[in-house]
Write a protein that binds this ligand. Structure first.
Ligand code: 6R9
Length: 668
């Protein structure tokens, strides 16, 4: 019996913002965008100098020479500078500037705890006081401009405070996501050698208690043993809601309770004016090899870029309440929890917990509680919530929502549609923002209100962004095409180096296609100039000469009404070169049957074509994901090719237990 063909996606459908939305939007037509875009690429120095002038600069750069760059390895060292010679401070611009403008009583940060009923808020004035006290502490323990400070904290208000306090005194923060293991934390500390580590006793994430300070002690011991590096101080926030002081491991002299010292420092602290090109932070990201890369961002360009992208992609208006579910341990949390929104004087919600605790309605309960107007999350979260059905969403009003956002991976059209129709009541445009740790801010993104959206497409480039789609020989392709996504010119938010390894910066990003920045992603540009990201090119599968993006097949699979999530990898195939091996998670309560396997396969056949039909479906009760929600295909490839004794490091997974489950399911 041929299984039923299920086609739920129609990727070319257009969704335009309502007239009501457009009427109050900052920009509301493609023509308006086109004129600004043209100006931004014809005269980048003029465009960005003008944009940058809304911020406070102690001294200015030379306006006609806002930037210099060399992105071509054949012409020598790769180098990018924006606003060089301009002196500023990002903390001053994100906090003091608003207080000095008389908006000190506006709410800067709202905090919602892991358990419902626990919350707090800070006005801009209160935020400034807290930041200054911590800056003063850091100065008192000897931190100077240019020194690195490591931060390993959960989503407490103190995390963005810590980032801002470093920036205020010109120190370079290196936030490590507080879900990384002791080993990973140690590896990062050994790379950037901070004198001070800021951390927390423990945290509750959902129903689980995580004893962070135990992990920290383990990591710090490893640093001494393996690299001979010790931190002078480990400032520890006492998170009473999670764990008692007496249950927290402690090393006298080195360890200091945050609440015992920081509040004793004065609430004013002079700003350290830094050059636009002075480093602001390091953030480690995984590369194709085991050693994490320390992505280095500098101050001025990053400031201007994150603020401007935030404002336009989310159509930010004064009074908006903004919630991004990302953790500050990732780039999304840096650019779009802390810096971008605060530079715009937004009210930012910080959520300590997880989207489905205590139940699948938590996000919408929070949206209603704080009247959130802009909600920004990842497709993986959307799909997880989708699995619980519409009821937990519909039981909350969500009337306040105006704009939705998506980030982290291509969003499959069926999840897009659910997000749009169910979460946003078909009223809120979705900003599907394509960007990377390396890019600092959004690169390809809808500007809601400017042009119609297509589910699954990140649409068009932001101001100043000049994408090039190139073929395998590095030749730029015209018009409608498919290839590797590169950038032809720099933009203010681009990273300037990999910490301590400028050579790796050049070989990874600039050597593959000479003259371009290479993103590592594949993409298609359609007849309307819209960009469709097809996933990392290392995830492209070549089946019988057909290049198939794993994301395309995944999207087709999850278009099946009973499928919740899918991950596809290539496996060696005698005839076709590569075959398609799909891991599929079904909706809650659905039985894993052989009939369903053939129904899934024919869905892909109908959606993409027979050549894309998976050769194998492997039932997956859960998928191995990093803590930022990215599927670890490396592990799936090993499972698919039955190399079970060679799985590599699985310690960075959010839940290493899923690997054993997957292996157990191999025979089903
Ligand atoms: C911001 C962030 C970057 C990689 C990137 C791409 C994928 C992110 C996406 C997307 C399609 C989107 N990615 N956003 N793919 N559509 N809207 O996630 O940074 O962790 O460095 O990951 O994520 O593959 O190259 P980062």
């Amino acid at each position: 019996m041929e299984a039923e063909c299920v086609v739920a996606d129609d990727a070319e459908e257009l969704f335009d913002a309502s007239e009501t939305f457009k009427k109050s939007a900052l920009l509301s037509s493609r023509e308006q965008y086109a004129a600004l875009y043209k100006n931004s690429v014809d005269d980048p120095d003029g465009f960005w100098s003008h944009t940058a002038s809304q911020f406070f600069w102690k001294s200015k750069w030379e306006e006609s020479k806002a930037h210099t760059e060399n992105l071509d390895v054949r012409k020598g060292e790769i180098r990018v500078e924006w606003f060089k010679g301009g002196c500023t401070n990002i903390c001053y611009n994100a906090v003091d500037r608003h207080v000095e403008a008389g908006r000190g009583d506006d709410v800067a940060l709202l905090w919602e705890g892991n358990d419902p009923g626990f919350d707090m808020k800070l006005t801009y004035k209160e935020l400034l006081d807290r930041v200054c006290q911590l800056s003063n502490y850091l100065l008192a323990v000897g931190i100077k401009k240019g020194d690195t400070v490591a931060i390993y904290m959960p989503m407490l208000l103190e995390l963005p405070i810590a980032m801002l306090a470093c920036a205020r005194i010109g120190a370079v923060h290196s936030v490590v996501f507080a879900g990384f293991s002791a080993e990973s934390l140690a590896q990062r500390i050994l790379d950037c050698k901070p004198k001070v580590l800021l951390t927390t006793s423990g945290v509750k994430r959902g129903p689980k208690l995580i004893k962070l300070k135990e992990i920290v002690d383990d990591a710090l011991n490893r640093c001494v043993q393996e690299g001979g590096h010790s931190v002078d101080y480990c400032l520890t926030y006492d998170n009473k809601l999670a764990i008692k002081r007496e249950d927290t491991p402690w090393k006298e002299k080195r360890d200091v309770w945050w609440q015992d010292v920081v509040p004793n420092y004065p609430t004013d602290c002079p700003v350290e004016w830094v050059d636009a090109e002075d480093p602001l932070f390091l953030l480690y990201t995984s590369g194709s090899t085991g050693k994490p890369k320390g992505v280095l961002h500098t101050t001025g360009g990053y400031m201007v870029y994150t603020a401007t992208t935030f404002k336009h992609a989310f159509d930010y208006h004064d009074g908006d309440v903004y919630w991004c579910t990302a953790d500050c341990g990732w780039i999304t949390g840096h650019s779009y929890v802390t810096y971008g929104p605060l530079l715009n004087k937004a009210t930012v919600l910080i959520f300590e917990g997880v989207p489905n605790y205590p139940d699948a309605g938590r996000c919408w309960e929070i949206v209603d509680k704080y009247h959130v107007t802009i909600f920004y999350t990842a497709p993986t979260a959307i799909r997880a919530l989708m699995r619980s059905g519409d009821e937990p969403v519909k039981r909350h009003s969500r009337k306040s929502l105006r704009v939705l956002g998506s980030v982290g991976e291509p969003i499959n059209p069926s999840a897009w549609r659910w997000y749009f129709e169910v979460v946003g009541d078909s009223r809120c445009p979705i900003a599907d923002t394509w960007w990377q740790t390396e890019t600092g801010g959004f690169m390809i993104t809808p500007l809601p209100g400017c042009w119609p959206l297509k589910p699954g497409s990140a649409t068009l480039p932001f101001f100043g962004v000049q994408p090039a789609v190139v073929d395998e020989n590095g030749k730029e392709l015209d018009g409608e095409c498919t290839g590797f996504l590169c950038m032809k010119a720099s933009w203010p938010g681009i990273f300037r180096s990999l910490y301590g390894d400028h050579a790796r910066y050049e070989t990874t990003y600039f050597a593959p296609f000479k003259g371009f920045y290479f993103s590592g992603d594949g993409c298609r540009r359609d007849k309307d100039g819209y960009y469709w990201l097809t996933g990392r090119v290392d995830d492209v599968i070549n089946v019988s000469g057909h290049r198939i993006g794993t994301a395309e097949v995944e999207s087709a699979l999850v278009a099946h009404p009973l499928a919740a999530e899918a991950a596809v990898v290539g496996i060696d195939h005698e005839v076709k070169g590569q075959g398609i091996y799909a891991f599929v998670t079904l909706n809650e309560g659905v039985e894993y049957t052989a009939d369903l396997k053939s129904s899934l396969i024919s869905t892909v056949r109908c959606q993409i074509g027979a050549f894309a039909a998976p050769d194998a479906i492997h039932w997956a009760p859960g998928l191995p994901k990093t803590r930022s929600g990215k599927i670890m295909r490396r592990i799936l490839r090993k499972i698919a090719s039955k190399q079970l004794d060679d799985l590599g490091d699985i310690s960075t997974l959010a839940d290493p237990g899923v690997v054993a489950q997957l292996i157990e399911f191999t025979e089903k």
